[in-house]
Design a protein around this ligand. Structure first.
Ligand code: MD3
Ligand code: FE
Length: 201
């Protein structure tokens, strides 16, 4: 089952549910090579969400700004390889949402421990706003808010459960969005993970 959320955006509840335990095992393995860290924002803040990456490029932030980097600045090594299961999941979800030939180059892995949240923002550090972003939720649930192309646009709320996939493309690709703190224990003990697959350029 899938339902449209916004122009070009599709919510697929439970699309990845059978894979949750295996996805979590991959995340734990990736985090041993490229540990979760709380990145600094250009404005001098510290993100409450822990982040790491896998794939050819990873999203990064520090005083110099937001960008994609090919090596992990904390180890100077390439990011861990994207697991075949991650790639297959992202490509098949994009296809099911109507986006043929999605070729993600990187996967940002967000870890929401109790209290962690992500404020309203746009994803605009990719040079490929034509490509969708595929988002896979794992573990605890959280309320996801999304508005429109302007920060002041009214927001809609959707509860994302572990195993849910959302594909954001077309006009919705540049919509403002944010994520509340994990709400209750799910698979993985009250921690929520989100994988976002991106084509960057
Ligand atoms: C809506 N992460 O990492 S991606 C992010 O649950 C981020 O961790 C969310 O937002 C999370 O930037 C879920 C969902 C997402 C990604 C791109 C979008 C939603 C979007 C682009 C436009 C509108
Ligand atoms: Fe985002």
């Amino acid at each position: 089952a899938s339902r449209p959320l916004a122009p070009g955006a599709v919510h697929m509840p439970g699309f990845a549910a059978p894979l949750e335990p295996a996805l979590l095992a991959h995340i734990e393995r990736i985090a041993r090579a490229a540990p979760f860290r709380h990145l600094a924002t250009p404005g001098g803040g510290r993100m409450s969400v822990g982040m790491t990456n896998c794939g050819d490029v990873g999203w990064y932030s520090d005083a110099a700004g937001y960008r994609y980097v090919e090596t992990d600045p904390s180890t100077d090594r390439p990011w861990p390889k994207m697991p075949v299961m991650f790639l297959d999941l992202a490509v098949s979800a994009a296809e099911a949402a109507g986006y043929a030939s999605f070729a993600p180059q990187g996967c940002l892995i967000n870890r929401y421990e109790p209290g962690a949240r992500m404020g309203l923002h746009q994803d605009r550090d990719e040079n490929r706003v034509d490509a969708p972003v595929v988002s896979v939720s794992i573990g605890a649930k959280a309320i996801f808010s999304f508005g429109g192309p302007n920060r002041s646009d009214p927001c809609q709320r959707v509860l994302l459960m572990g195993g849910d996939v959302v594909v954001w493309g077309g006009p919705s690709r540049l919509y403002f969005h944010g994520v509340g703190a994990p709400r209750s224990p799910g698979f993985g003990d009250g921690v929520r993970y989100n994988l976002t697959f991106r084509a960057c350029g």
